[in-house]
Design a protein around this ligand. Sequence first.
Ligand code: PNS
Length: 172
Amino acid sequence: MKDNNESYCIYPGSFDPITNGHINLIERGLHIFDKIIVAVANNLMKAPMFTVEERKEMITLSFANNPLSNRIIVDSFDGLLVDYCRSKGVHVILRGLRATSDFEYEFQMTFMNRKLDRSIDTIFMMTGMQWFFVNSSVIKQAALSGACVSGLVPDIVCERLQQKIKSIKKKG
Ligand code: PNS
């Protein structure tokens, strides 16, 4: 249940899987907002490695020993992000920006969201310097090729990636 005396934002994404860059952004976002709803998109345009439930579980477990865990709500959504924001009564979307390469995509998405609902705004935070080169695709690519991604993702993600890759390779 949302408390109207608290400030909320929605941090949407594919989180396939969550990385330390995402964690860093959530932690810093909590300096600004009382609560963050981490919303996993059931994105029909993408073929994810992990199911929505697996992605949600990894996010929850990544914060299991984090004192900020009670200020994070892990959820998922289908369809339009602005509809989801409205359904939650939240009017701020949080997104991370790494290099300038992210900008065009984010710019387009922000304008489309704004066209769909002018009451919803997007704010951007720069990803922590340490995580500038980290995204979920690079992590999956590296892990699939046998690289160790420890230190770039939470430990639980490292474990789940290894299990997933093993099962993919078994299926052939
Ligand atoms: O982590 P990602 O893949 O960059 O996240 C993109 C996401 C999930 C935020 C974006 O694709 C999204 O909002 N999808 C839901 C559909 C939608 O509302 N799209 C924007 C208007 S076309």
